[in-house]
Design a binder for this molecule. Structure first.
Ligand code: NAD
Length: 469
């Protein structure tokens, strides 16, 4: 078990060096994030390359045992990790937030340790034999965002290590301490050199993307950065997994029960205070249910306390950074000036420290309003009224992103028929954003490509190798 103080001391830059990270709820200094140079990156990639053949040379069972020990290590230091995550990212300890995220890191490691990936016999007859196996890619570069910094890092680390790759990870410049702490805890049990965390800004990410010593890049972040990565990966023909932005639609069908679904819809939209890639970001409600759905959501929203992450009663926190606060405020103001009705929220307190934006529900907003058409990535949900199914499916599919989506109703066959018409990597029914380490996850359109999780996720950090005789 590692205490909070010991964990922070192990990862932060010496006094007077590094970049000061501040708690987005209070402005208090959390710690000093070290900054690595291009030369440090080169050294990390060289270390990863040197460690890779030894790591690939041990059995799947031995690597799985390491992953399980890594999960034990996370559980042993769970409170210290959750506290640091809460202070640096802003998310509360409770609710589906910091403790939940740390717990998910352990579960993802255990799930990846347990998956079976047997060789596939493709041909076995008088003409001969052919077998398909999956071998390591080599060194995996991983780049992550600031919203779920530990969990998304584990999504990249766990399958990569399981398959015999080594990993060099560049965390977001907004949440480096959280990922350094995660790496330090994992490295209590992993062999030297198989996992390294290299903190720095976008330019260091660009260096990792272009690096000739990196064989595969896993990226989670915005669509525009994903496009830059794709361009720069061309020179080395690097394999890519791109988990990019989304603007998920949720459709409430005429037979839904607004009271019964309100809490599920609320958390689908407001998990992590709306700063979630696959959160419900535009809610479409049939005109026959519109007023009841709006009322039921306001009732739920008023019961959910927002505040400083370390205060146990809170389940919603601040936005992580000023830039995101300004994006959310600007989009809500555009909706308000276009005549939309603010049902609750919409007026951040100016005299309060921190980037708190109140839980905001916006009704009577047009489908082409920027609050609907752009990814707000914060606690402001537009609620759009629709009349016909064809109309709402056209709206849901009308954007160039397609990460998740959801359909809410009591007739499951009807809900599944609507789900089949939605352009998204995942469509949930009567829930939204529920990820499971056994179930592949990924986007379509400009939400990216490549799958994470499950056996498909293992295959995406491996090379298919056919042997035929
Ligand atoms: P971002 O694209 O600004 O930054 C992500 C990472 O990319 C950071 O580590 C950053 O330093 C790095 N980076 C910046 N420029 C780079 C470059 N030229 N080359 C390589 N790396 C570079 O994203 P963000 O603001 O941190 O995250 C929010 C976005 O991420 C939202 O759009 C959200 O929807 C998306 N997201 C997607 C998923 C998913 O699974 N699809 C999950 C979480 C977040």
């Amino acid at each position: 078990m590692t205490s909070y103080e010991a964990l922070l001391a192990a990862i932060q830059a010496p006094e007077g060096q590094g970049v000061q990270m501040k708690d987005p709820a209070t402005g208090a200094v959390v710690g000093r994030a070290p900054q690595r140079s291009e030369a440090d990156l080169d050294a990390a990639v060289a270390t990863a390359r040197a460690a890779q053949s030894g790591w690939a040379g041990i059995s799947h069972a031995d690597r799985s045992a390491s992953l399980n020990r890594a999960a034990d290590a996370i559980e042993a230091s769970a409170e210290a990790l959750a506290e640091l995550l809460s202070r640096e990212q802003g998310k509360p300890l409770n609710g589906p937030n910091a403790r939940f995220e740390v717990g998910a890191c352990a579960s993802w490691l255990r799930a990846n340790a347990a998956f079976e990936l047997e060789p596939e016999v493709l041909v076995d007859d008088e003409s001969g034999q052919a077998v398909l196996e999956y071998v390591p890619v080599g060194v995996v570069g991983a780049i992550g965002p600031w919203n779920w910094p530990m969990m998304i890092s584990i999504w990249q680390i766990a399958p990569s290590l399981r398959m015999g790759n080594t990993v060099v990870l560049k965390p977001s410049e907004y949440t480096p301490l959280s990922v350094l702490a995660l790496g330090a805890v994992l490295n209590q049990v992993l062999p030297a050199g198989v996992l390294q965390v290299v903190p720095g800004g976008g330019e260091l990410g660009a260096g990792l993307t272009a690096h000739a010593g990196v064989d595969k890049l896993m990226f989670t972040g915005s669509t525009s950065t994903g496009q830059a990565i794709m361009r720069s990966a061309a020179d080395t023909l690097k394999r890519l997994t791109l988990e990019l932005g989304g603007n998920d639609a949720g459709i409430v069908l005429p037979d839904a029960d607004p009271e019964a679904i309100a809490e599920g819809v609320f958390w689908g939209a407001f998990i992590n205070t709306g700063q979630t890639c696959a959160a419900l970001k535009r809610l479409y409600v049939h005109e026959s249910q519109y007023d009841q759905m709006c009322e039921a959501l306001v009732d739920v929203a008023k019961k959910m306390p927002m505040g400083v992450g370390l205060e146990e009663e809170n389940v919603l926190g601040p936005l992580q950074n000023r830039q995101q606060f300004d994006i959310v405020s600007g989009l809500v103001e555009q909706a308000r000036s276009a005549g939309a009705r603010i049902l609750t929220g919409g007026d951040p307190q100016q005299d309060q420290p921190g980037y708190f934006y109140p839980t905001t529900l916006v009704a009577d907003v047009d489908n082409d309003n920027p609050l609907v058409a752009q990814e707000q990535f914060g606690p402001a949900l537009p609620i759009v009224k629709y009349t016909t199914l064809d109309e709402v499916i056209g709206w849901a599919n009308g954007l160039d992103v397609g990460l998740g989506s959801s359909v809410w109703g009591t007739d499951l066959d009807e809900a599944r028929a609507v789900a089949a018409r939605l352009e998204a990597g995942t469509t949930w029914i009567n829930k939204h954003g529920a990820v499971d380490p056994r179930v592949p996850f990924g986007g379509v359109k400009k939400s990216g490509y490549g799958l994470e999780f499950g056996v498909e996720g293992l295959k995406s950090v491996a090379l298919p190798k056919v042997t035929s005789w």
